[in-house]
Write a protein that binds this ligand. Structure first.
Ligand code: ADP
Ligand code: MG
Length: 349
């Protein structure tokens, strides 16, 4: 993913606004910050620990997760192998990859197919990050649409986990990859009993763990979908373990004619999703799920998106084309709007 996603240097959730402080007594944790690149995107870490600095190990873990399991650009990653074998038989994969695919397919079913991880061919056809991107021919879109579909992934878990893909389908975990990275990194940090708190952003997916020494909430910035790269829609104040992901039409897109063509596709049409939202932020208890839900909700739009959030006991912030910001009850007190021109409303199914 590295080359393609290299433009994705500005996370949707712009990261981490944790205050720094270093300890005075022996027991006080030190704070370590790191900015790096992994999974084709910017990674920002702030970690409070009384032990060794784990920040570079987290970065390394993210890179490994991408290379070993998820990347469709690496032919010897699990997903790369499964894609190469499409139409020719099953590929053996790591049990982690199997778990991730099981959760991902459940999300496909729960979203009625709005979340579809088999549109690799369509994503490449659109290639919105190419130097001179073009709207592809209707014929080609139709053909690739026919060949994709989440029911074309077959998982078998007896003995060695195996993945079999029907011909023409190509797995693309771009919509959950960074969330999976958050899950891996959070698990790693949670095993380290000296880590007292952390906030890590992997592009537009962020997780928070534990607390800061002063017990003030973590602050996660949500980007203004119609502002510049540094402009905020507002701030989320969060406590303990949370996973935040945002999907929007402003991150990877091109303009042709008067229209904006972005990277989140509607699996029913093969064209960029157009359900009235310009951004969907989801806060939940799992990285893969929050990331997948943000993409699914973007495709589903306000009402169906809110129903899906409820099903997963997740919270969210949806922004529509009229700059109306809809916030679920459970987040209303945590969200501080800062951008002008937006108005906040309650979001409920
Ligand atoms: P980002 O990766 O920019 O943070 P998302 O998490 O919303 O944003 O994922 C978008 C990526 O997911 C696309 O670049 C593409 O690879 C893939 N994708 C696009 N449309 C869908 C969809 N309907 N369901 C699942 N994956 C999708
Ligand atoms: Mg996503």
């Amino acid at each position: 993913m590295k080359k393609k996603l290299s433009m994705l240097v500005v996370p949707l959730v712009m990261g981490v606004m944790a205050g720094g402080c270093s300890g005075e007594s022996v027991r006080e944790p030190e704070v370590y910050n790191l900015n790096g690149t992994a999974m084709g995107t910017l990674v920002t870490e702030t970690i409070y620990t009384t032990g060794e600095n784990p920040a570079s190990s987290v970065l390394e873990l993210l890179t490994q997760t991408e290379d070993k399991y998820l990347s469709w650009r690496e032919e010897d990653s699990d997903i790369g192998k499964a894609n190469l074998q499409a139409g020719q038989g099953a590929a053996a994969v790591n049990s982690r990859t199997m778990e991730y695919l099981e959760e991902t397919l459940q999300l496909s079913r729960d979203s009625g197919g709005a979340f579809d991880p088999t549109m690799g061919q369509l994503t490449r056809l659109w290639d919105v990050e190419a130097e001179n991107p073009q709207v592809p021919s209707r014929k080609k879109i139709k053909q690739y649409l026919k060949e994709s579909g989440y029911e074309k992934i077959h998982l078998s878990n007896g003995g060695t986990p195996q993945v079999e893909l029907e011909e023409g389908a190509a797995i693309d975990l771009g919509a959950v990859g960074k969330g999976i990275g958050c899950d891996e990194a959070a698990e790693f940090l949670q095993k380290d009993s000296q880590v007292q708190g952390a906030v890590v952003a992997v592009g537009g997916s962020v997780f928070t763990l534990g607390s800061k020494p002063d017990q003030s909430p973590w602050k996660v910035a949500v980007r203004d979908p119609r502002g510049g790269q540094e402009e905020l829609l507002g701030i989320l104040n969060l406590e303990g373990e949370t996973y935040v992901s945002t999907s929007g039409d402003y991150e990877k897109y091109f303009i042709q004619g008067e229209r904006r063509y972005h990277h989140i596709l509607d699996p029913f049409t093969g064209y960029p999703a157009d359900a009235g939202l310009i951004s969907a932020t989801v806060v939940g208890q799992d990285g893969l799920i929050s990331d997948g839900l943000s993409t699914a909700c973007f495709v589903l739009g306000m009402e169906k998106g809110a129903e899906l959030l409820e099903k997963y006991h997740a919270e969210g912030i949806f922004v529509d084309e009229k700059k109306q910001v809809y916030v679920t009850d459970g987040l209303m007190e945590n969200f501080e709007l800062s951008a002008s021109g937006y108005v906040v409303f309650p979001l409920s199914p």
